[in-house]
Ligand binder design. Structure first.
Ligand code: ASP
Length: 356
């Protein structure tokens, strides 16, 4: 009897201890407050928003031919990402493949056709982020990698690091079989002319015969970015750039810096930025927008406007696109225009250039 009582007591104590032990560990496996789960997301609610840079984009600076080229490429990029989301693919893949389309086009300042640094070379930056896990990857100051956003994704998926730079990043990409191209693949005549003009200007030499193409690119921004939310409610964001024309070699902008040029968090939003990177770094623009939504409860559009105002007040210019956990889309910019567009599962879509 006594023996039975003791064994029942032991069993109760161990059960009690077990339950006590389980509680904190259960709590630990809960998603931390900064990482979002994916609450109440309707699977039919998916969307993608993109940008192809901000700058001196006005109707008077645009030819019909050029307008058509941008319109078509932006549409192709949107359709690519949208198709991935529509067949149930994830937002990371949609963002990456969408950016690939723009990296492969010389129209934008990313991949082929990226702007040149002060030595006449390409040094490319890119980053990508998963809003569900807050996993992220970035590359900075790389040359030769055809699609830097693929290298950023590789850093995210295949290393314990967040950012690789320069030769280390290139060697890593080569080792993993990413496609490389010669310098001549990336460099276009337009970019060479822009560099010359920027360097002449620096020396006080004014060029009088400025073509329409050159004028259009005066603002120098042509960075590309995409933000998507998939059927599971996961938000992803990515950005890819050549940086700024005539940048000092070795200069790194906001694009590969998580929280500055790119950010995604399922709790709040996904963001991709374009503009004078130094200001987007100083304001931690993308993360600032997320914070304004999370802690100040601002709607997405107000959050973006707030950050762009902060950047403008400091003397910076550019723009940002965003998408929140309800698949609302917004953008904000203080330049004359921004190449941008969105496509949503509710059958709404648009591509816009100017500030009107
Ligand atoms: N933000 C980029 C950078 O500063 C430039 C751009 O958006 O075009 O590197």
């Amino acid at each position: 009897m006594k023996k039975q009582f003791i064994s029942t007591l032991c069993l109760s104590i161990s059960l009690l201890l077990f339950t006590q032990c389980e509680k904190p560990s259960e709590k630990n496996t809960n998603t931390p407050t900064t990482v979002a789960g994916t609450p109440q997301h309707s699977p039919e609610n998916f969307a993608i928003v993109i940008h192809g840079g901000a700058g001196t984009i006005t109707k008077s600076n645009m030819t019909d031919e050029r307008r058509k080229a941008y319109q078509e490429k932006l549409q192709e990029a949107l359709d690519t990402g949208y198709a991935i989301l529509a067949r149930g693919g994830n937002s990371l893949e949609a963002v990456q493949k969408t950016i690939n389309i723009m990296e492969d086009s010389p129209l934008f300042n990313a991949g082929k056709g990226a702007v040149l640094n002060s030595l006449g070379k390409n040094e490319l930056d890119a980053s990508i982020m998963d809003g569900k896990t807050l996993n992220t990857g970035a590359v900075a100051g790389v040359s030769g990698i055809r699609n830097p956003i693929n290298a950023a994704r590789l850093v995210m998926d295949s290393t314990k690091h967040v950012m690789l730079g320069g030769k280390g990043a290139e060697d890593f990409a080569r080792l993993h079989g990413l496609t490389f191209e010669d310098a001549s693949y990336f460099i276009t005549e337009d970019r060479m002319r822009q560099l010359k003009r920027a360097q002449d200007k620096e020396k006080g030499i004014e060029t009088h015969s400025v073509s329409l193409n050159d004028r259009l690119d005066e603002g120098k921004f042509g960075t590309v970015g995409a933000v998507a939310i998939d059927k599971n409610g996961t938000i992803a964001a990515g950005t890819s750039t050549g940086g700024m024309t005539n940048k000092k070699y070795g200069r790194i902008g906001d694009t590969p810096i998580i929280g500055a040029g790119t950010y995604a968090n399922n709790l709040t939003c996904g963001i991709s930025c374009t503009g004078t990177g130094e200001y987007f770094i100083r304001t931690l623009a993308a993360h600032e927008a997320s914070n304004l939504i999370q802690y100040k409860k601002l709607p997405l559009k107000d959050a973006l406007d707030n950050v762009i105002k902060q950047i403008g007040d400091l003397g910076g210019s550019g723009g940002m696109i965003g998408l929140d956990k309800e698949a609302n889309i917004a953008w904000s910019f203080n330049t004359e225009g921004m190449y941008r567009g969105f496509k949503k599962s509710d059958h709404t879509q648009s591509i816009e250039f100017y500030n009107d």
